[in-house]
Structure formats: structure tokens, C-alpha cells
Write a protein that binds this ligand. Structure first.
Ligand code: SF4
Length: 345
């Protein structure tokens, strides 16, 4: 599963992710210890995305060494793909809960978010991207992993004569200019061309789908390539899934129980609309977990990346809520759009 975390342990090296503690990764040990002491915490929970899990024991050891033996440090073994994906079981049972690898999705005293930034040099690829940016005005967006360089990127473009437009989309996002796999509101700026600096295909595709009136230029500093987002192949894949689901009678409506992925009203609307729809609650939405359900098609109200990135792996068509509306004839085919999330919980 892909979702929000861009990095695996291998990626960390390839992308030049900043790994300073153990002389490699600055995971803000002082901030964690201070919080433990201030709260008089007796139980500390640590949650890492998949690519960083193997570092968990080492981080736990470092914390234990500083806070003493009467504090229990526990590791979450749950899969974790984004800031939306907190281990609520462990969170409720600990006094301090630390979520590594993502920037905050919600301000709360209970959770310390320790983001992880890339230290890859973005400017050579931005230089190459200029060729694709002929207008005087440009929108600038990036992912959380490159946010530490966002102001410098903006200044760099301004020095080259651009009027740079940026905004913070909504409260699902921590930073101005930040995009998530499920939220591109930061690109809703007054410019016809957008420069996306970052890796991966999914974010710029989502951007281009969500903002079809804009040219989306991708400067990928990891793979060192500049491309212009092209949604055609993606659209074909989604149209294919919608077509396959058009004859479906029995629908499985997935409600994701992860704290930042639940869209109850959307699930409820579908159930109200369709007497052959069955609500299925689950945390991890995987092909294996759905295989035993005898449904003709599924609609996923959880993370849209599961539907679009992993869709072909499910044994039956897997649609977003908007695609469901088209498949059952409530909306015309040309209203196919990208599924986005707004707000937190
Ligand atoms: S719901 Fe959004 S933030 Fe969460 S993993 Fe999916 S794309 Fe990322």
C-alpha cells in the first residue's frame, strides 16, 4: 500500500532524507523527553511509518536512557501511512504519544508529531523545470517532506522574475503550499501554471485532476526528471473501473475506522441511496481482507489512494464515492473527478 508516506528505509537513502540522530536522524529527542517530564508521563507510545519502523527500538532505547526505568515506552506495530493514521489504541493507553514521519494534521496536546524532511537539493530540478513554466505567474506546491525548503524555493522563483502564488489549503494541511494525496487545496491559487516539487506520480496526478484548468509541472528532485502531468492514462483506468461496476447489484461500502479517514456521512448517503449496499467497517483496506465478501463492487469512503493506487488489485471494482454516483447512474460520466478529503476529525 502506498498512501502518504513516500519513504521506505531504502528511499531514505535514495532521497537523501535527513537522518541525523545516531548521527543520522534528528528525531527531536529533546522535545519528546521534555514533554514526558512536563507531563510526568509513565507511558510513552511511539508510532513510525513503515519505512522507519526498524528504527523504533533504537529510538525507544534513547528515550528510556534519558527518562529512566519507571517510564514504559511502547511501539505501535500497526501499519501507518499518513498523519491521518494514528494508532488510537496505543494513543489512549499512553500519556505521551509520538507520531514520526509526518507533519501534524490536527493540533493536539496528546500527540507529538516529529516530521521527517528530505535534504535532497531541489534547485537543480527547479532550474530544469523553468523551461516548462513560460508564464510570469506560478503556483508552488510540495509535499511535507520538502517543506523545510519551501520558503527558499519561493524566493528562488521570485529571484528569477516569477510572481509566486501560494496558500495553505485547509486545516487538513499543516503548511502553506503543502499537498497531500487526498488534498490539493493549496494549489487553488491565481496562476495558470503550478510547479509541484516532489517525488511520486500520485500527487501531481491528483493535482492535475483537481485543477484541470492549470498546467501542472512536476520537478522530481529524487529521480531528477521534469514532466508535465498527464491524466489520460489515469482517467482511462478510472473509467474502466466505473464501467465494470455499472452492472453491480451488491455493493460493499467501506467505512475506514482510522481516525483521519472516516467519512461516515458519505457512507451513510450511499446506504440510504441503495438498498443493495452493505456497510463494511475496517481499518486496513486490503484486497485480501475483502476477498471473502461476496460483493459485485466496492466503494471506498476511506483513503482515496487505496482506491486509485491499489484499485486493480482488488477482486472486484473498487470505486471512490464520486465514481459510485456515476456507476449507479446518479451522475453523468463526465463528472468523474478526483476524490479529496477536507478537514480533520
Ligand atoms: S487519507 Fe490522505 S493523508 Fe491519509 S494516507 Fe490517504 S492520502 Fe495520505
Amino acid at each position: 500500500m502506498s498512501q502518504e508516506s513516500e519513504f521506505s528505509e531504502g528511499d531514505l537513502r535514495n532521497t537523501g532524507m535527513s537522518l541525523k540522530h545516531d548521527r543520522e536522524w534528528d528525531y527531536e529527542l529533546d522535545r519528546i523527553v521534555k514533554q514526558v517530564e512536563e507531563k510526568g508521563a509513565k507511558k510513552v507510545g511511539l508510532q513510525f511509518p513503515e519505512g522507519l519502523k526498524r528504527r523504533g527500538p533504537r529510538v525507544a532505547d534513547d528515550i528510556r536512557e534519558l527518562v529512566g526505568d519507571d517510564v514504559t515506552v511502547m511501539l505501535s506495530g500497526q501499519p501507518c501511512y499518513g498523519a491521518c493514521d494514528l494508532d488510537t489504541f496505543l494513543m489512549k493507553r499512553t500519556d505521551v504519544f509520538v507520531h514520526f514521519g509526518h507533519s501534524p494534521m490536527k493540533n493536539t496536546d496528546k500527540v507529538i508529531y516529529v516530521p521527517l524532511f528530505s535534504n535532497v537539493d531541489v534547485f537543480p530540478i527547479m532550474e530544469d523545470a523553468l523551461e516548462e513554466l513560460p508564464e510570469d505567474e506560478v503556483g508552488l506546491v510540495t509535499t511535507a517532506q520538502h517543506m523545510n525548503q519551501f520558503e527558499d524555493m519561493k524566493e528562488w522563483l521570485e529571484e528569477r522574475g516569477y510572481e509566486v502564488h501560494t496558500r495553505r489549503g485547509d486545516d487538513r494541511l499543516t503548511h502553506e503550499g503543502q499537498v497531500l494525496g487526498c488534498n490539493y487545496a493549496s494549489a487553488q491559487v491565481d496562476a495558470d501554471q503550478i510547479l509541484y516539487v516532489g517525488g511520486g506520480k500520485f500527487h501531481p496526478l491528483g493535482l492535475a485532476m483537481e485543477h484541470p484548468d492549470k498546467k501542472v509541472v512536476i520537478g522530481d528532485p529524487v529521480n531528477n526528471v521534469v514532466t508535465v502531468a498527464d491524466t489520460e492514462k489515469f482517467m482511462k483506468q478510472r473509467y474502466g473501473a466505473v464501467h465494470r461496476a455499472m452492472d453491480a447489484e451488491k455493493w460493499g461500502v467501506i467505512y475506514c475506522t482510522k481516525i483521519g479517514q472516516g467519512r461516515w456521512e458519505q457512507a451513510q448517503d450511499i446506504l440510504d441511496d441503495n438498498e443493495n449496499a452493505y456497510l463494511i467497517t475496517m481499518d486496513e483496506v486490503t484486497p485480501d481482507r475483502l476477498r471473502n465478501f461476496d460483493m459485485d463492487a466496492f466503494v471506498n469512503t476511506g483513503c482515496p489512494r487505496i482506491t486509485t493506487d491499489d484499485g486493480p488489485q482488488f477482486h472486484k471494482p473498487m470505486l471512490t464515492p464520486g465514481e459510485y454516483e456515476i456507476a449507479v447512474g446518479n451522475k453523468p460520466l463526465d463528472e468523474l473527478s478526483f476524490d479529496t478529503f477536507h478537514g480533520t476529525w
